[in-house]
Design a protein around this ligand. Structure first.
Ligand code: PLP
Length: 379
């Protein structure tokens, strides 16, 4: 069954919050900047893309991570998804190449890497993200087989779908394992800055100057996925290889210019406003889950990102649940979509960024009815 995004209680997709859409400020930014783009829009953008946005993103990364980032080491992409794919096209040489990643990971990456013929080797995930003890074993085993991975792809921060935040010590262990094997690390920080509570450990690239690292960022989740602005940060030898694989004539200048004009003067003000509203939605969904599913399920309490990962009761048929929930107007993502091998997992993922408070309350109540009905003993 296809999850249908026209259902009224749609918790399936990592969309952002229309309530904080800065329509007027964005329109004003566009009106200011478009008349100045005569040259920029009548020429091709080049492989790195809009310089103003690259400077803003370098400043964003430096402010968050406390390290210098060179704007000329940033490649703008069509959303971070293009970065995820471009990195694999660059560093994998052919069908059957292996990549190590969290066993539960972003379904877009799974689909793209499967289409590229990449063999995905999953490492188990717990409440602290990728299990680095198991990563070390996996890398050792792959070295013994003489088939090391092309890279480790990791969502260390606000892991999608579990919401886990990898602690600093584990980040260091991940890097140590990668270094031992001389393995490239690809860190996807798509949810960077969508943060609600507590301390944030540094990104992997900021924790260690191991040069064999590529970092992927995005403006989708903290700003808007419709602008399709993502980026890859890589040091020159890796950067040159990535650029050599880019054949799309570069990223969208208009989108970059308007976004830079809007976000440039007040990036952190925007981040604060967006997160304050998203935190309210996260809490509303957590409260609704407590009310309607407190005695049936357990779930993550994410400190950032846009998802809650719900553990379903044992023995529940997730596909049948999805069909029943859809009949009640509710859409969610079954956990199996995030498993690298597509295995059944007794979880579902709920996205809280887009729906309003009323939709969250009513939709979770309906999901609760659906789960209670599925668990009720047959008459
Ligand atoms: C982990 C992760 N990486 C990358 C992406 C792609 O996002 P975008 O292309 O909009 O930047 C997503 C989107 O949900 C994601 O969850």
């Amino acid at each position: 069954m296809r999850m249908n995004d026209t259902l009224p209680y749609d918790f399936s997709s990592g969309n952002t919050n229309p309530e904080t859409y800065p329509g007027e400020a964005l329109a004003a930014a566009a009106a200011r900047v478009i008349p100045e783009l005569a040259t920029a829009l009548n020429t091709y953008p080049g492989k790195l893309g809009h310089e103003g946005l690259r400077r803003l993103l370098a400043a964003r990364e430096s402010a968050r991570e406390g390290v210098e980032v060179d704007p000329d080491h940033i490649v703008l992409t069509n959303g971070s998804m293009q970065g995820v794919t471009l990195v694999a096209e660059t560093f994998c040489e052919g069908s059957g190449d292996r990549v190590v990643l969290e066993e539960l990971t972003y379904n877009g990456t799974i689909e793209a890497y499967r289409a590229l013929g990449i063999e995905m080797v999953g490492v188990p995930v717990d409440g602290n993200g990728m299990r680095t003890d198991r990563l070390a074993e996996t890398l050792d085993e792959m070295a013994r087989e003489g088939r090391p991975p092309r890279f480790i792809y990791t969502l260390a921060t606000y892991q999608n779908p579990t919401g886990a935040m990898m602690p600093r010590a584990r980040r260091a262990e991940l890097l140590a394992a990668a270094k031992r094997h001389g393995c490239l690390v690809v860190e996807d920080n798509c949810y960077g800055d969508v943060h609600y509570d507590g301390e944030k450990p540094p990104a992997l690239y900021a924790l260690d100057d191991y040069p064999n690292q590529v970092y992927i960022g995005s403006l989708s989740k903290i700003f808007a996925p419709g602008v399709r602005l993502g980026y890859v940060v890589a040091p020159p030898p890796l950067l040159d290889r990535i650029l050599a694989r880019r054949h799309d004539a570069g990223p969208n200048t208009l989108s970059a210019a308007i976004t830079t004009e809007y976000l440039g003067p007040d990036l952190w003000g925007h981040v604060e406003r967006a997160n304050a509203a998203l935190r309210v939605k996260r809490d509303a969904m957590l409260a609704a889950l407590e009310t309607h599913l407190g005695n049936q399920c357990s779930w993550s309490r994410p400190v950032g990102g846009l998802f809650i990962w719900v553990r379903l009761p044992d023995g529940l048929d997730v596909e049948a649940l999805a069909a029943d929930a859809a009949a009640r107007g509710v859409a969610f993502k079954p956990g199996s979509e995030y498993h690298v091998a597509g295995s059944e997992v007794p979880f579902l993922r709920l996205a809280f960024g887009f729906p309003d408070a009323e939709t969250i309350e009513t939709g979770i109540a309906r999901l609760g009815e659906s789960i209670h009905a599925a668990m009720a003993p047959a008459a």
